[in-house]
Design a protein. Structure first.
Length: 691
């Protein structure tokens, strides 16, 4: 069946062909040497005389067949057909003259016979395309018409026409229609190969392999789709004539996905490109591709000025994390914020991405509710989880989903903090019941903050973030860092320990900048941020006596403000709670005090730290160790490791002498004396001779 679009194109080209034939006939009629075999290679005296006698007149004298060709196109469109030439005319706002110039230039690309005819009309066998002068005359225009000549520049600006050989006079410059434009008019939908470096989605946007491509009205494979918040508003703006939009992304939001969803709802496809790779030449090709296909351009992330868009009817939706700078574009865009995707929508996106592959009984909502991910990240996380399950040859479980979600964390934070992959759980904690209950409550806050702070809006106004912050206070070794690791493990998150060496700077203002980088990176990462020895940077403000006090107070004031706007999960750990500014306490969601363990807890700690794999002599008296030595869990672990090394050196199971000797070494590290009332009958085992 003949394509009605191509039929319309050939009908219009046939009208140009009629004018070309007329021009050839007219030139032949006045040709002084009609049978000259070297025509176009030299000028004879007769040819020069003929040039001097003749006047250059337009060739086109109206197209009596134009009405019939357009009527046939109307009929085809009424039957459901579509003319690509007509669509391009409307999208690029081309005039009748623009279309005629384009057709005159495209004719040799459709029928090679016209290369020879154009060479004859140009009186130069080497110039086998239409020149500017010939194209103007074929369109019935005077060669000196300023309006007609300007239209050549307009077509070139749109990327629909290339005017070559700029060193020549304008009228003798060759006109060429880019291959992509010719291919499109003939029915080819493949994008320009030059755009492969910048396109981030297949040209068929609606069938993209990301959640962004499925977030429109129709999902691939007939699955139900998810409507992203804000997509309907943006779609209405596009339908009402808005052509430039800037989406500012917040943590957990995806401007890319929202833009594709909005264009889908507006009945247009999306042409997505990486702004960082876009050059002016590629930008022209991108805008031209949007003109040809009727798609909107989704461009980002934006961080600087953009190539100027064409004056044609092209929708450009930009996105980025920074506020839009008016200097980036001469045309002000419609601004919109891309907020984090609500929990209910994220759950739908997870189910859509998993497509029923979960093991029976696994609940993706409960497993991933606390992960702040955008639509694209959710799709990648679901793919990563599926691969992990395949590698383990097991059904897709909730823990696989958490691992897949953690894999979406960017690596920027690891340059500023040390990442710890949690390897402990609630059963590994040896703490008083009330402390454990507080820790579980903190984990629950992180799990349900979307519901409490988002849906129920329990922290409205004031620019406050949706973060959860806590203070762990207690002596060294009482389990603060391990508790943070357990909370991270229970949530399926990584633990990031802030390295103070990368934060504190002697120069004024640099510490605040380093902290801002950490908070900014952490807001886009699903992890637990641990500030160990927090009193070093969250110290109490003091009376200003000199410039040092003033700048120290500025640092604390900055931290007070930044903690309120933080969107992640942060834990401050300190041995000196009294040194923290009281203003921080109000901004904390929870304060957990870690006491020195009691005798019963110490016995459990001794048993846990010595472990089940370490060969243990029956003379090891755990009751005596727990009752006599008031050590925190961290110190007990250090003693157990030292005893294990002593046992490994002797080649015997660890015995009481090894353990007591290790305790003595730990006492010396702490600056404590080895007294008989603590060591009792074992004091002789820690004499200098035995050490």
């Amino acid at each position: 069946m003949t394509d009605p679009s191509v039929t319309h194109l050939f009908g219009r080209l046939g009208l140009v062909e009629r004018r070309v034939r007329g021009a050839v006939a007219a030139l032949r009629a006045r040709d002084p040497i009609p049978d000259d075999p070297f025509r176009g290679l030299y000028l004879s005296d007769q040819a020069i005389d003929e040039i001097l006698r003749s006047r250059r007149l337009p060739i086109g004298d109206g197209d009596p067949g134009l009405a019939e060709v357009e009527a046939a196109a109307d009929q085809a469109e009424a039957a459901g057909g579509r003319s690509r030439l007509r669509h391009l005319t409307a999208a690029a706002r081309l005039s009748h003259l623009d279309v005629e110039l384009l057709l005159a230039a495209v004719l040799p690309d459709v029928d090679s016979r016209y290369e020879q005819l154009y060479g004859y009309l140009n009186d130069d066998v080497t110039r086998r395309r239409a020149t500017a002068g010939l194209a103007l005359r074929l369109c019935g225009m005077q060669e000196a018409s300023a309006h007609a000549r300007a239209r050549l520049d307009a077509l070139a600006d749109l990327g629909l026409l290339v005017v070559e050989e700029p060193e020549r006079p304008l009228l003798s410059r060759t006109l060429r229609v880019p291959d992509r434009v010719v291919a499109h008019l003939l029915g080819d939908d493949r994008p320009d190969p030059a755009l492969a470096a910048v396109l981030t989605l297949p040209a068929a946007g609606a069938t993209a392999d990301t959640a962004a491509g499925r977030a429109g009205e129709t999902a691939a494979g007939g699955r139900a789709t998810v409507t992203l918040p804000g997509a309907e508003r943006l779609a209405r703006a596009v339908l009402n004539g808005v052509r430039l939009i800037y989406l500012r992304e917040r943590a957990g939001g995806s401007g890319h996905a929202l833009a594709v969803a909005a264009l889908s709802r507006a009945g247009a496809g999306a042409l997505c490109a990486d702004a960082a790779r876009l050059t002016p030449d590629l930008a022209r090709s991108l805008y031209r591709e949007a003109l040809l296909t009727g798609r909107g351009i989704v461009l980002g992330p934006i961080s600087g000025p953009l190539p100027a868009p064409p004056t044609a009817d092209v929708v450009v939706i930009m996105y980025g994390t920074a506020p839009f700078d008016p200097h980036w574009s001469s045309t002000p865009p419609l601004p919109a914020d891309v907020e984090a995707v609500p929990g209910a929508v994220r759950a739908e996106l997870w189910r859509d991405a998993l497509n029923g592959r979960l093991a029976p009984g696994a609940d993706p909502d409960a497993a991933t509710a606390h992960f702040t991910l955008g639509p694209q990240q959710i799709t990648r996380a679901a793919t990563a989880a599926t691969l992990i399950a395949l590698a383990e040859e097991s059904p897709l479980r909730a823990d696989h989903l958490r691992l897949g979600a953690r894999a979406q964390n960017a690596g920027g934070l690891e340059r500023l903090a040390r990442r710890i992959e949690p390897a402990v759980g609630w059963d590994d904690l040896v703490l008083p019941p009330d402390v454990t209950a507080q820790l579980r409550e903190l984990a629950a806050r992180a799990m349900h903050r979307d519901t409490v702070l988002g849906e129920w809006r329990m922290r409205p106004g004031g620019g406050r973030g949706r973060g959860v912050t806590a203070l762990f206070a207690g002596d060294s070794g009482t389990g603060k860092t391990m508790s943070a690791e357990v909370i991270a493990a229970s949530l399926g998150l990584d633990l990031y320990t802030v390295n103070l060496a990368t934060v504190v700077d002697k120069y004024v203002g640099e510490t605040e900048k380093n902290l801002e980088r950490i908070f900014a990176e952490a807001s886009g990462v699903n992890g637990v941020l641990l500030f160990d020895e927090a009193d070093a940077i969250f110290g109490r403000r003091s009376e200003v006596r000199d410039a040092h006090d003033r700048y120290a107070n500025i640092e604390s004031a900055y931290l007070l403000q930044r903690m309120e706007t933080f969107d992640g999960l942060a834990i401050l750990a300190t041995n000196l709670r009294a040194n923290l500014d009281e203003a921080f306490t109000r901004r904390l969601d929870q304060v957990v005090d870690f006491p020195v363990p009691s005798s019963d807890l110490r016995r459990t700690l001794w048993d846990r730290c010595l472990g089940a794999r370490l060969p243990r002599d029956p003379d090891v008296d755990l009751d005596f160790l727990a009752r006599s030595f008031e050590l925190a869990g961290g110190h007990i672990r250090s003693v157990a490791i030292t005893a294990a090394y002593l046992a490994a050196t002797s080649g015997e199971p660890v015995c009481m002498a090894d353990v007591v000797g290790a305790v003595a070494r730990e006492y010396r590290k702490l600056g404590r004396l080895c007294l008989e009332r603590e060591f009792g009958s074992y004091l002789s085992l820690v004499s200098p001779e035995r050490q």
